[in-house]
Design a protein around this ligand. Structure first.
Ligand SMILES: *Cc1c(COP(=O)(O)O)cnc(C)c1O
Length: 396
């Protein structure tokens, strides 16, 4: 592979390893382990694993390695470790970095399971966590301390789509020697340049855009060779959060089409948001790619102006209107994944964010009328007609 290739070329060929059969499509190595020619070879491999050498499925696998190398190329990261799910990646990144007595600063607008790791798992292990409004740089400055070991945030929050300034927060964190860990799902590996902008560890739930067709769970942690092999790998390989070779293969093949899919979905999302903005049935149309989004200037700087594949609609009439809207849509399915080829609608207040208290919901802008819309690969005009019809029904 040439370093000079552009992303689309690297995503088709990056990381390819061919067996002795020279297969065109990458092989799935469904094996738990690997045979050593001699006892001496086994001994040697346990002392040091060479390039293209494997020991045990929990440590690594050729299909998994192809996925790790290909996503690392897209992200501009030195190395990557693939995990069983996005949550195994968040848990692995944070727990491998932190020990009792450490301090962490985290944005408060978090996916429920991420919040569970910070509030329950880390707190139980004696890690001190401070939550801040992630969009408020003064709050980050005030919260970091000399003993702050890491900062954590979702670069684009779920479901209210607030964008956090990766470059500015990284600068604040690095000034006290803290490691910057970013959950980058909503920004997508296609639009984000988080490593270049200062992130030390970047996490994806591969379940979302990387698969892109709702088939398998997976995740990945990206960063420097030192952090991935020195800190993350020892934790992951001994705690068992590895991805299956089959799922790694699904993700690897997903990367071949990810730029085409995510660009098309993002273009449709912008068209839909533009068509709906100001609609009589809506309190708000939230989409980071709209020029009216409060942080559109940051979106231009950080994501090349791309708003991603998800938009959120705040309907007039609260939960009743939101439920009528969901039930009246004929193309999108009601489910809780995102980044899928199929459009997916979710009512966060009663599903993904049900666990939050009413006070927390208000604080995070998760109103009863809020609907999260993950835009799929269907025709944008069909989606707009379907949404406009359902919006009308929602107010009846
Ligand atoms: C889905 C998601 C996760 C968790 O990923 P899984 O693959 O479901 O474990 C973490 N963070 C964000 C922002 C997500 O959207």
């Amino acid at each position: 592979m040439s370093e000079n290739w552009n992303d689309r070329t690297k995503l088709v060929h990056g990381g390819t390893r061919r067996s002795q059969y020279n297969e065109v499509s990458e092989a799935i190595f469904m094996t738990q382990g690997f045979v050593y020619e001699t006892a001496e070879q086994a001994e040697g491999r346990f002392i040091e694993v060479g390039p293209d050498e494997f020991i045990y499925g929990r440590y690594g696998n050729p299909t998994v390695a192809m996925f790790e190398e290909r996503i690392a190329v897209l992200e501009g990261a030195e190395d990557a470790f693939a995990t069983a799910s996005g949550m195994a990646a968040v848990n692995g990144a944070l727990c491998s970095l932190l020990t009792a007595g450490d301090h962490v600063v985290s944005a408060k607008a978090l996916f429920g399971s991420c919040l569970y790791i910070l509030e329950n798992i880390l707190a139980k292990s004696g890690v001190d966590v401070t939550f801040v409004d992630g969009t408020d740089l003064e709050a980050w400055r005030a919260a970091v301390r000399p003993d702050t070991k890491a900062v954590f945030f979702e670069s684009m929050s779920n479901p209210t789509l607030e964008v956090i300034d990766v470059e500015a927060v990284s600068e604040i964190a690095h000034a006290v020697g803290a490691t910057v860990v970013i959950d980058n799902v909503f920004s997508t590996p296609v639009f984000s340049d988080a490593i270049k902008q200062g992130a030390d560890l970047v996490i994806y739930s591969a379940t979302k855009h990387i698969d892109g067709q709702g088939r398998a769970l997976g995740g990945v942690i990206l960063g420097t060779k030192e952090l991935i092999r020195g800190t993350v790998e020892p934790y992951m390989k001994h705690t068992g959060g590895c991805i299956s070779p089959f799922n790694a293969w699904v993700m690897l093949k997903g990367l071949e089409t990810i730029t085409l899919r995510v660009n098309a979905q993002s273009e449709s999302a912008l068209q839909i948001a533009t068509a709906l903005d100001g609609h009589a049935a809506l309190e708000r149309t939230i989409y980071p790619g709209l020029s009216t989004h409060a942080q559109n200037e940051l979106v231009q700087r950080q994501l090349g102006g791309k708003g991603g594949t998800v938009l959120s609609l705040d309907l007039k009439g609260g939960k009743e209107a939101a439920f009528k809207f969901l039930n009246a849509l004929s193309i999108p399915v009601i489910s809780n994944n995102l980044g899928d080829a199929k459009s997916i609608v979710t009512h966060p207040a009663t599903t993904t964010h049900q666990r939050l208290s009413d006070v927390q919901k208000v604080d995070l802008g998760i109103t009863p009328g809020l609907v999260r819309f993950s835009v799929g690969l269907e025709d944008a005009a069909d989606l707009i007609a379907d949404i406009q019809n359902a919006l009308e029904i929602s107010q009846s």
